[in-house]
Design a binder for this molecule. Structure first.
Ligand code: TTP
Ligand code: MG
Length: 362
């Protein structure tokens, strides 16, 4: 997943100043105070209807939209809100990578087994950020980071876009787009590609890799080829070393029924233990995650004195962690179980971890 906040600086200003809502809001210099130099940092979607966009000279913006609300940037505030958003996103998955002040990648393959799950989680994330922070974001769900980033831009503002992983689906999604939609092809390199006859991504699909390499050079051709065929395999958070195994589930309907919750935890526990046995992994710590109606999320951990892989022992620990929430009568929306402080049975250590969970490691 790629999550990108909508017109970020402007959204923060609108949230902090409700009177701005529904108006064109422009972040940058204030031409109404005679400041005619500088550029638009960003602007609200209402301002975009007048043709305004990031990097436009403020003088031109003022001509197009003289009645707009012009606001000086407050960077510290944006950094603060960005941190709050990232804290929420990090809770969704341990494989997380902030990619700038208003965007992040999340590897959610552990919690989502298919695209429907992915869409549901993406919609939940949008709702959660809107409720907790008061601004909107857009989410792309796709088989690679680059495709997810392209996808998050398609239904802005406040939209989810899902791209399937079959070659035909990727091609259908990308082919009509102009080439600058590929992150890395900007205004300057666009001219280079245009001269060689590439305007839309469809033009790239018209060539086999060797042909592309002859026209564009081997490195550029390889890169473009990987992007358009969904083969860009950069992991989310290159520096993440996997040291946990977990699963989560969201209830179709929020529930207070302890038996349902316990049964669900038991299923998760059993499924994770299958994985642990397959990978010959032991753990020392088990963590229960629980989210109540309204996104209030808690985690509780228990560490064993020595490493173990005993699912009964784990289940007992999970249930006693669950007990700590017995007095909370709110409906439960999501539960998760995670094992950390992993080690392998044989002396092989990290190499084995990588072999069993290659999809998540750098
Ligand atoms: P973006 O995510 O590129 O833009 P955005 O969030 O304003 O709008 P969108 O809904 O299209 O995502 O950039 C994030 C923030 O970075 C943006 O709010 C302001 C800042 N920024 C600049 O200061 N100068 C720029 O040229 C751009 C593009 C962004
Ligand atoms: Mg943005």
């Amino acid at each position: 997943m790629h999550v990108d906040l909508d017109c970020f600086y402007a959204s923060v200003e609108v949230r902090d100043n409700p009177a701005y809502k529904g108006h064109p809001v422009i972040i940058g210099a204030n031409p109404k105070q005679g400041e005619l130099r500088g550029v638009v940092l960003t602007c609200s979607y209402e301002a975009r209807d007048y043709g305004l966009h990031s990097a436009m000279p403020i003088s031109k913006a003022y001509q197009l939209c003289p009645h707009g609300i012009y606001v000086h940037p407050r960077m510290e505030r944006y950094v603060e809100v960005s941190k709050q958003v990232m804290t929420i996103l990090k809770e969704m998955t341990p494989v997380f990578q902030a990619a700038g002040i208003d965007e992040a990648y999340l590897d959610v393959s552990e919690q989502c087994s298919n695209l429907d799950d992915g869409r549901q989680l993406a919609d939940e994330i949008r709702e959660m950020i809107q409720q907790e922070i008061g601004i909107t974001c857009s989410v792309g769900v796709a088989p690679t980071k680059t495709l997810a980033k392209i996808a998050s831009d398609v239904r802005k503002p406040n939209g989810t876009t899902v791209v399937g992983s079959l070659p035909g689906e990727i091609q259908q999604f990308l082919a009509p787009m102009i080439i600058t939609k590929i992150p890395g092809i900007g205004k300057k390199s666009r001219q280079f590609f245009n001269k060689k006859g590439f305007h839309t991504i469809k033009d790239f699909y018209a060539h086999e890799l060797p042909q592309l390499a002859m026209t564009l050079g081997r490195r550029t051709a390889n890169w473009i080829w990987k992007v358009i065929h969904g083969e860009d395999d950069r992991p989310v958070n290159e520096f993440h070393k996997r040291n946990s195994v977990g699963k989560e589930r969201t209830f179709h309907q929020d529930t207070v029924d302890r038996a349902t919750i316990a049964q669900s935890l038991s299923n998760l526990n059993a499924r994770i233990h299958e994985k642990l046995v397959q990978g010959d992994l032991y753990y020392r710590t088990v963590t229960l995650k629980i989210r109540f109606y309204g996104f209030e999320t808690h985690t509780r951990s228990h560490s064993f004195p020595t490493r173990t892989r005993d699912s009964h022992k784990a289940m007992k620990a999970i249930l006693s962690l669950l007990e700590e929430f017995a007095r909370n009568k709110r409906k439960v929306r999501l539960i998760g179980v995670r094992f950390t402080n992993l080690s392998t049975g044989t002396k092989g250590s990290q190499t084995k971890l990588l072999r069993f969970f290659p999809e998540l490691d750098a």
